[in-house]
Each structure stands twice: as structure tokens, then as C-alpha cells.
Design a protein around this ligand. Structure first.
Ligand code: F6P
Length: 347
């Protein structure tokens, strides 16, 4: 087989040349909620394309820009000085028109006019699902990079931006702790995570939270009250309870929880802090920058190897590929050991 005669040190570009990929132009775009590391991922896709001498264009505003033909040619120099920047310089959007057959037809026409052979989509499950629908209708190959702070995509231990968001949340909790302990107060801190508790659980442990409320585990209002009573009895002067925004287990939002605790445990002076969108901003951590760089390279490589409908992920520090259908339909699981550790830490 020819492959045996290729020296081990043969470059990726050389291999692609030998394989004679039909892909000459790749479009990259970010879609859905932004996450730190998206710029680093765009940079990686663009530079990998330049490395293998494949044209690259960026699509502004995700599927919205695709429908409007809002494209920009990108070369290695277009992505200078963005590895450290939060947000996405290609902008992002949640696009309802793309959900329609007419919208997708417009998007396809624009891509065809531009001569796009394949795409790399950077975004959450909805964004990956959009590319899959377009593939099913128009056969445009694509790979996906999971970009969301929620870490709610199957097929990767962590999504792009999750690590940065955790660090942002822990920094915020540290600051809240300063004021909580100065005033002997209890704080309910709401963190992002539309349907999952990964941010809450990890940042809760990292921030030394008294209790952590997540959708995956029903703590129950009674146990929460008991736990807070015990903290007081043990002489704790302040407490932080981290609540995932997607938590419905108590049937109460953070403001209702405040009222409930004040009514049932009047010894507590309670405050609420909803961290909100600040969790999505900021310079990506080194971990997210490296992850973005690795994922971008693999996303382009996979396309040039003739693969499609795959999402790049990381497991055991190895970059892996998972069919997008599995990634968007599979469920991420909470690490049960973290719940055990959190319970022990509340002593
Ligand atoms: O999916 C990421 C996320 O930040 C969720 O945690 C949050 O529920 C949602 O996006 C907020 O969306 P938007 O920016 O559209 O308000």
C-alpha cells in the first residue's frame, strides 16, 4: 500500500496533497451563544487552511450571515492577535429564518455562489444540528467544534469556553465570599447552565459553596434548610449556595429561594447574585486556547480526509471525533464523584 512508503515525518499538507482532497474552500463561522475560545478556534481553522493551502472564508453572524451572504476572505494574517480575545470577531446569532426550508435554501445558494466546499461550525448543539440539516438537504460536508460554556454536549469531556467560565465564576464567588463573610450573610449565586449543572457543580466545589443546586440531583428544600441549619450550628458565619439557572428541582428560582429561607430560617440575612452574561465573556484560559487550537486543526484535517458530520471533542487528553447526531442527541452526565466530594466538603 502507498501509505507504507510515506515517511513518518511526512507533513499533513503533503499527505493532503497525496490524497487529492476535493475541498478547495472552507467556510468557518460561530453560531448561538458565544463562548471564550471561539476566536482561538477560528484562528486555528484559518491557519490550518493556510497551512494546507485551502482557501478559507469567514461567515459573519452565523446562519443569519450565511443567508445574507455576509462573507469575508480570511488568511493567516486576518487572525493575528485574537487568540487572547473573548467573544467572536465573526459575531454570532441565533437565527430563526434558518429553521425554515426557504431560509436554508437561501443559505445554500449563497454558499454555492461563493464556491464553499465544506464548513466548520463552532457553537452549541443547536448550531451543530443546523449544519446537519443543511447537509441532509444539500450535501455540504461539515465538522463541528463544540463551543458553549454550558458543557452540555455529548462526545467531549469539555466544551470550548467551559474552563474559562469556571474560572470566571470562581473569581466572582471569591469576591462574593468577601462581602458575605463581612456581613455574616447567606448568598444564593445563580450561574449559567440552561439545562445542566456542570458549571454550578464544578465552580461550586472550586468556590467552596455550602450547597449546590443542579438539575441532575434533587437536593430538596428540606435538605437545603437542614444543611443551612447545620452550618449555623457549626458556627459558620456566612454561606454560599450555588444554583444552576436550569435547576427546577426545588420548584423555586433564586429570588423565591431567598424568600423561602428568610421565612423559614430568619436567622439568615439572605442576598441573591445572578452572575448572568459576564460568565460568557473574558479572555480564554490557556486550557481553552490550547483546546481551541487542537480542535480547529482536527476539524479541518477531518474534512480533508473526506469525513463529514463529525464533531471534534477531547477525551483523556486525546482529540476524538463523534458523529454529530450522537453529540446532539446524547446526554452529558454529571460526575457523581463530584457530588460526593461536595457533600463531604460541606462539613
Ligand atoms: O447556552 C449557553 C448559555 O449561556 C446558557 O447558559 C444560557 O441559558 C443561554 O446561553 C443564554 O442565552 P442568551 O445569550 O441568548 O440569553
Amino acid at each position: 500500500m502507498l501509505i507504507h512508503f510515506i515517511p513518518k515525518f511526512a507533513s499533513f499538507a503533503f499527505l493532503i496533497f497525496l490524497m487529492g482532497s476535493k475541498i478547495k474552500k472552507i467556510a468557518v463561522f460561530t453560531s448561538g451563544g458565544d463562548s471564550p475560545g471561539m476566536n482561538a478556534a477560528i484562528r486555528s481553522v484559518v491557519r490550518t487552511c493556510a497551512y494546507v493551502k485551502v482557501d478559507c472564508i469567514g461567515i459573519y453572524r452565523g446562519y443569519e450571515g450565511m443567508i445574507e451572504g455576509d462573507f469575508v476572505p480570511l488568511n493567516a494574517r486576518s487572525v493575528n492577535n485574537i487568540i487572547n480575545k473573548g467573544g467572536t470577531f465573526l459575531k454570532s446569532a441565533r437565527c430563526s429564518e434558518f429553521r425554515t426550508i426557504e431560509g436554508r435554501k437561501k443559505a445554500y445558494d449563497q454558499l454555492k455562489r461563493e464556491g464553499v466546499d465544506a464548513m466548520v461550525v463552532i457553537g452549541g448543539d443547536g448550531s451543530l444540528a443546523g449544519a446537519e440539516v443543511l447537509y441532509n438537504e444539500y450535501n455540504i460536508p461539515f465538522t463541528g467544534i463544540p463551543g458553549t460554556i454550558d458543557n452540555d454536549i455529548f462526545g467531549t469531556r469539555c466544551t470550548l469556553g467551559f474552563d474559562t467560565a469556571l474560572n470566571t465564576v470562581v473569581e466572582a464567588i471569591d469576591k462574593i465570599r468577601d462581602t458575605a463573610s463581612s456581613h455574616h450573610r447567606l448568598f444564593f449565586v445563580e450561574v449559567m447552565g440552561r439545562d445542566v449543572g456542570h458549571i454550578a457543580l464544578n465552580a461550586g466545589i472550586g468556590g467552596g459553596a455550602e450547597e449546590i443546586l443542579i438539575p441532575e440531583e434533587d437536593l430538596g428544600l428540606e435538605r437545603l434548610l437542614d444543611s443551612l441549619k447545620r452550618s449555623k450550628a457549626r458556627g459558620k458565619s456566612s454561606s454560599i449556595v450555588v444554583v444552576a439557572e436550569g435547576d427546577r428541582t426545588t420548584g423555586k428560582n433564586v429570588y423565591e429561594l431567598k424568600e423561602y429561607v428568610e421565612k423559614n430560617l430568619p436567622v439568615y440575612d439572605v442576598r441573591v447574585c445572578v452572575l448572568g452574561h459576564m460568565q460568557r465573556g473574558g479572555s480564554p484560559t490557556c486550557f481553552d486556547r490550547v483546546l481551541a487550537s487542537r480542535m480547529g486543526v482536527r476539524a479541518v484535517e477531518a474534512l480533508l480526509e473526506g469525513k463529514t458530520n463529525l464533531m471534534v471533542g477531547i477525551r483523556d487528553n486525546t482529540i476524538i471525533l463523534t458523529p454529530v447526531s450522537e453529540a446532539i442527541n446524547g446526554k452529558t452526565k454529571i460526575d457523581r464523584d463530584l457530588i460526593r466530594v461536595s457533600d463531604i466538603m460541606t462539613l
